[in-house]
Ligand binder design. Structure first.
Ligand code: G
Ligand code: G
Ligand code: MN
Length: 411
């Protein structure tokens, strides 16, 4: 859909020449409502005076109010739209500012290096069409009441989606990650970011986890009965590990479903790892003794120290998508990726690369000797019924697209 081209755009740059060039490029791309500002002050006046634009192209080096200060002002204004950073600065400097805006809750589409290429601008802005535009679709209630969620869990409105993982070197199917969705009677498919934090803050996460686990076991059993053995990784929260009975509850559930605990893996996000609690150590150790595999999720985004990692019985490290997608062309991401896989190897942990979005990511991982990959390039999260079909297609793709390293390859 091309609707996004009707969005009001504001371009902020202290160089009149660049303002003209960007205005022209935006016009060529079909944007109609373009306003320009020659300084941060002028831009703030425009923003304070009237309607907020939906898209801002921002130069980060300007003489008086710079891009960083401007972003701070945007946050104060509650700017709901998207942001594109434009600059001649190094990529590291740009990504620091991009990250800053992101952390402050501003939707950053990406950055453009000067001189701006029309194609790069077009590509970046095209991603607007696939995003939910806050002010065009009045914000779908991402604020659900806890008791509604509680009822939804109890009445079976949560459904599991499954995202396949495959071996990068052999193409073999390694298993799935379970990603829960809420099939809301009015709002349709609601994503976990809109209800997991709610569950965590209102004492509902343990019930939610048990529900996800129960549905997972039931599905694994169905696949098993049809001749398909699938290993499943479930995301759990810190609160689950704070319950001493969790390992036993889990093992009991597996037994009742006729599924081996070997086919289950648990992912704990690095952002929540605060393993100074005796209880967490207790639970993790007992899960490990029960041969339930444990993975550190989103590695690279949190604060776990090497000492903490080596103390905990993790089997797998899932490297966050920030250090995977586009890493072949991004030296900083590469450095973090390589350091992470080194740690994993030293600690005898398997690595999974998340966020493999295109062929370039795939080829690069293969060269890096990575074990397992997950991401849109392989498959998006899907309902259970689609998995057998996908498996068939994947096997065909591996050959048709030549996804495996060729045997004559000297690497
Ligand atoms: O599914 P998505 O594709 O949007 O997942 C978004 C986030 O929600 C991820 O960080 C994922 O770890 C988390 N998530 C998905 N399913 C579950 C779940 O069943 N339990 C918990 N605690 N987190 C989940
Ligand atoms: O549990 P974790 O935080 O790692 O959750 C994985 C999240 O990443 C889910 O929201 C899932 O839908 C999303 N995801 C899976 N594959 C890709 C991908 O290739 N690119 C991006 N951007 N996100 C992905
Ligand atoms: Mn995960």
């Amino acid at each position: 859909m091309e609707d996004y081209k009707a969005l009001p755009v504001l371009v902020v740059d202290d160089e009149p020449f660049i303002l003209n060039v960007l205005r022209h490029m935006l016009g060529q791309l079909g944007f109609e409502a373009i306003t320009t500002a020659g300084s941060g002050e002028e831009a703030l006046q425009i923003l304070n005076a009237g309607e907020l634009p939906q898209l801002i192209l921002l130069d980060i080096n300007m003489p008086s109010i710079d891009g960083v200060e401007f972003i701070r002002a945007l946050v104060t204004l509650g700017y709901p739209g998207s942001l594109v950073l434009v600059s001649g600065e190094s990529e590291r400097a740009l990504s620091a500012v991009m990250r800053l805006a992101d952390v402050r809750g501003i939707n950053v589409l990406g950055y453009l290096k000067k001189p701006v290429a029309p194609d790069a601008l077009g590509e970046l802005l095209a991603t607007l069409s696939t995003r939910t535009l806050p002010s065009l679709s009045p914000s779908k209630a991402s604020t659900y009441e806890p008791d509604i969620l509680q009822t939804a869990i109890a009445s079976g409105e949560l459904v599991n989606y499954f995202q396949p993982k495959v071996n990068v070197q052999t193409g073999a199917f390694e298993g799935v990650e379970v990603l829960v969705r809420w099939l809301h009677p009015r709002d349709g498919l609601v994503y976990p970011d809109d209800f997991i934090p709610l569950a965590e803050d209102n004492g509902l996460i343990q019930a939610l986890t048990m529900n996800v686990l129960c549905n997972t076991f039931r599905q694994l059993r169905l696949w098993q009965d049809s001749g398909l053995t699938v290993k499943a990784a479930i995301n759990i929260s810190m609160d689950d590990l704070n319950s001493l009975s969790f390992p036993d509850d889990l093992a009991k559930m597996a037994e009742e479903s006729g599924v081996s605990t070997h086919d289950i893996q648990l992912e704990v996000t690095e952002r929540q790892l605060i393993p100074n609690l005796a209880t967490v150590l207790d639970t993790l150790s007992r899960l490990h003794l029960k041969r339930i595999a444990l993975a550190v999720d989103d590695f690279g985004t949190g604060y776990s120290s090497l000492a903490q990692l080596s103390d905990l019985p993790f089997d797998q490290l899932k490297i966050d998508k920030r250090f995977v997608h586009g890493a072949s062309g991004n030296p900083t991401a590469q450095a973090i990726f390589i350091a992470s896989t080194d740690i994993a190897n030293q600690l005898a942990m398997e690595t999974v690369a998340e966020g493999v979005e295109d062929r370039a990511d795939w080829d690069w991982l293969q060269k890096m000797g990575c074990d397992v990959a997950q991401g849109y390039f392989i498959a998006r999260p899907m309902p259970a019924a689609t998995l057998p079909e996908w498996l068939e297609l994947w096997r065909q793709r591996v050959h048709a697209e030549g996804l495996l390293p060729s045997p004559t390859d000297p690497d």
